[in-house]
Design a protein around this ligand. Structure first.
Ligand code: ADP
Ligand code: MG
Length: 274
């Protein structure tokens, strides 16, 4: 079900009326193995969302290619339309407010004709129960806490059995406490049902806590600056956060991102001074 994703020398140039040409990505490469939890970090504006949008099929690339299980999904002139094989969980979510949690979770597989409504209800009910959300299945999004909504959104994405789950700063808007609850939830889900995940965050502790691999992007144009294997044992718990190995990894990633943030700042100053 899950798949490997290969990002090969991807370059993206935006052409806009105001800014002219913007080189967002340049020769950006990354390999994500089947069932790998891959996390991307980098300074704001370096091209992270651009890369995710290319993988999702929301945008085209200028050069290079992206393959999913060796099938080309993006190359110059080719853009595989967004679909249930590459589901995206966004920062601001997107549950249908007029549907209950259960209806929201069932919606995708039924619309995609992957399953019947009664079968989808059965799977969704089981899944919500497994992750401690049995009691909220008949709640509407407006009656849920932000943490509940995020968890329902993740379940909704995972139930469609995507080949790869794409997450663009999904926990950014959450308060610190809720964030830890939802991170634990995602880790538990990953441990019980591993799958290929491409996750973007600006939170370096979150990156290391979740990932098998953390990739640090350079300031724009985005390339991979550093790719770090995170060999911390799973299942992971908050206790890990104080371990010497965690702190070492945190220092290493912080230094790499900081260097790039300084460059981004200096470039910004130069551009502003023109
Ligand atoms: P990140 O997600 O890392 O913060 P983005 O991928 O959103 O960065 O943006 C990378 C760069 O591309 C930024 O400089 C941004 O202004 C520029 N950019 C993003 N989308 C467009 C667009 N549609 N047209 C022109 N420039 C864009
Ligand atoms: Mg972004």
């Amino acid at each position: 079900m899950s798949s490997s994703l290969s990002i090969r020398k991807v370059t993206k140039i935006y052409t806009s009326a105001q800014q002219g040409q913007v080189l967002a990505l340049e020769g950006c490469s990354l390999e994500i193995a089947r069932n790998e939890f891959s996390v991307l970090v980098g300074p704001s504006g370096c091209g992270k969302t651009t890369l995710l949008n290319i993988i999702a099929g929301f945008d085209t690339l200028t050069e290079g290619e992206v393959t999913l299980n060796d099938a080309v999904i993006a190359s110059p002139g080719i853009r595989a339309t967004p679909g249930p094989d590459r589901l995206v969980v966004f920062q601001h979510g997107g549950l249908f407010p007029w549907m209950t949690a259960l209806q929201n979770v069932c919606y995708g597989p039924v619309i995609q004709k992957q399953t019947t409504l009664s079968e989808a209800r059965k799977i969704a009910t089981d899944m919500l129960a497994q992750v401690g959300l049995r009691d909220i299945q008949s709640l509407y999004p407006g009656d849920m806490s932000s943490g509940m909504r995020r968890r329902v959104e993740i379940i909704r994405a995972i139930i469609g059995q995507p080949k790869v789950l794409l997450m663009d700063e999904p926990f950014r808007a959450l308060d610190a406490l809720t964030k830890t609850v939802v991170q634990d939830f995602l880790l538990k889900l990953y441990d019980t049902q591993p799958r290929t995940i491409f996750f973007i965050t600006h939170d370096l502790i979150e990156a290391i806590f979740l990932a098998d691999k953390v990739s640090v992007m350079t300031t724009r144009p985005g390339r991979m600056k550093k790719i770090m294997s995170i060999n911390l044992p799973r299942p992971r718990s908050n206790k890990l956060l104080d371990s010497p190995e965690f702190l070492r990894l945190k220092d290493e990633v912080t230094e790499a991102v900081h260097e790039e943030a300084v460059k981004a700042f200096e470039t910004g100053e130069r551009e502003a001074a023109r």
